[in-house]
Design a binder for this molecule. Structure first.
Ligand code: C2E
Ligand code: MG
Ligand code: MG
Ligand code: MG
Length: 260
């Protein structure tokens, strides 16, 4: 596809996405996060899905960039906060005291975002400590003073801040040293990379996280070997296909409430 037709296809998808909010086509899937010491589900990561009327279930890779480019990313963020927030309130009331993590795009992060989120949490009556905001460790984000202040505002308000995708950028360790955070998420590319040379980087990351009282989560655990490795590293929690894929409400609920 040439640039012109690619842009036209993007614009068409953006138009459909605008409609998707009112049509109820967006939805949240939830991937369980397991405590490695107890084997229990301690949190869920909410991941956005789009039930496209013609193309079926779309993953974020198909539409998050489009949403960014067409001014729709904060609408996606608000939708996911409402959806996962209500769900967390419901599950908590029914006895499943699990945390909830939501993803944000770099462009969403601002003081106004932090303040709006804290206000909404108060209205939803969700215990603040149960929500964690994941911010990405991508080269696309520089963490200006305003962005750092937004993270501080969230943490002061009792919300968790997780540095997602740790290890994918050149400044990984510096970010873990200097950003306000309560959690670090080790990217699946490190979990899958079985070279021993990774151990040093991960070890340093975990040591800094420990000093900062941050929780360390490994993402993308797919095999027994990777499972054993993240335990060996000393991670606190793990998520990945080895345990469970992201699931719709009806499928994740029995894991939280059933047969315990
Ligand atoms: P992420 O936050 O790093 O999420 C982890 C991704 O890895 C998810 O992909 C998840 O389905 C996938 N995954 C889980 N376990 C495994 C595994 O064992 N192996 C492998 N290979 N992959 C696994 P997904 O759901 O397609 O989301 C991709 C990215 O889209 C997310 O990466 C996040 O950055 C972004 N995203 C998802 N939902 C939202 C949202 O509501 N808002 C924003 N701004 N971004 C979102
Ligand atoms: Mg994430
Ligand atoms: Mg990640
Ligand atoms: Mg990732």
């Amino acid at each position: 596809m040439g640039d012109g037709s690619r842009l036209a296809a993007e614009a068409e998808l953006a138009g459909q996405l605008r409609h998707a909010f009112v049509a109820g086509e967006l939805t949240a899937y939830y991937q369980p996060q397991y405590d490695l010491a107890t084997g229990r589900i301690v949190a869920l990561e909410a991941l956005c899905r789009w039930n496209h009327p013609l193309q079926g279930l779309l993953l974020p890779a198909r539409f998050i960039d489009v949403a960014e480019h067409h001014g729709l990313i904060s609408a996606v963020g608000r939708f996911m906060l409402e959806e996962s927030g209500r769900q967390a309130v419901d599950w908590n009331r029914r006895g499943a005291h699990v945390g909830m993590s939501i993803n944000t795009s770099p462009s969403e992060l601002s003081i106004q975002f932090a303040e709006r989120l804290l206000r909404r949490l108060a209205e939803l009556d969700l215990p603040y400590r149960s929500l964690t905001v994941e911010v990405t460790e991508s080269p696309a984000i520089s963490y200006s003073r305003a962005e750092v202040f937004a993270l501080e505002t969230l943490i002061d308000g009792g919300v968790g801040v997780s540095i997602d995708d740790f290890g994918t950028g050149a400044a990984s360790l510096q970010l873990v040293r200097r950003l306000p955070l309560t959690e670090v998420k080790i990217d699946k590319s490190l979990v899958h990379d079985l070279r021993r040379s990774i151990d040093g980087l991960v070890g340093t990351c975990i040591a800094i996280a420990r000093e900062r009282n941050a929780v360390v989560v490994a993402e993308g655990v797919e095999t027994q070997e990777q499972f054993e490795r993240v335990i060996h590293w000393g991670c606190d929690r793990a998520q990945g296909y080895f345990f469970s894929p992201p699931l719709p409400v009806a499928d994740v609920e029995p894991l939280l409430l059933g047969a315990a």
